[in-house]
Design a protein around this ligand. Structure first.
Ligand code: SF4
Length: 161
């Protein structure tokens, strides 16, 4: 089973009430069974909601208690992000998900890049909170921003998901 950040599948669950539909990804996945999931909604945040960014860290340091997630009005939403990550990983394990495709640059789902906490559109290297927990649980993951990696994996795993 494959799980995908819900916004990539066209579900309007982003902070601004929109999706981030990735047609190339949807086309690549074809008729494979896919579970969409949104950690921020699973953590109790609403649609729409204020944008949020990790300040002075990334998902790893949030899980370690060394960094926090703030929304654009400086409200601390770290607890909701951690709850969302934990709920998402529990759900992925229950559903026997083997592979996850995650939305790059999200404070939850980002894989290689996130925004730097200044709400100025500045990126920094690092992963989101849910991605950090997915790594700890050794679940295989990809990002929609590296379609070649997804295509290679799909070719290699044909018939096994
Ligand atoms: Fe998309 Fe993940 Fe953000 Fe939900 S938490 S809107 S699935 S990037």
């Amino acid at each position: 089973m494959i799980a995908v950040s819900a916004c990539l599948m066209g579900i309007p669950c982003r902070y601004n009430g929109l999706s981030a539909q990735c047609s190339q990804l949807i086309e690549s996945l074809g008729n494979l069974p896919v579970i969409p999931f949104c950690p921020e909604v699973m953590g109790g945040l609403t649609i729409p909601r204020l944008p949020a960014e990790i300040l002075h860290g990334d998902g790893n340091t949030v899980l370690n208690g060394e960094a926090c997630v703030y929304d654009a009005q400086a409200n601390d939403v770290t607890a909701q992000f951690i709850k969302g990550a934990e709920s998402a990983v529990r759900y992925l394990n229950r559903q026997a998900v083997k592979v996850v495709v995650l939305k790059e640059r999200s404070p939850s789902c980002g894989v290689n890049w996130i925004y730097d906490g200044t709400f100025t559109g500045t990126l920094r290297e690092g992963c989101g909170v849910t991605t950090a927990l997915i790594k700890l649980h050794h679940i295989q993951f990809y990002t929609e921003s590296k379609q070649d990696d997804i295509s290679s994996w799909l070719i290699n795993m044909e018939g096994e998901v």
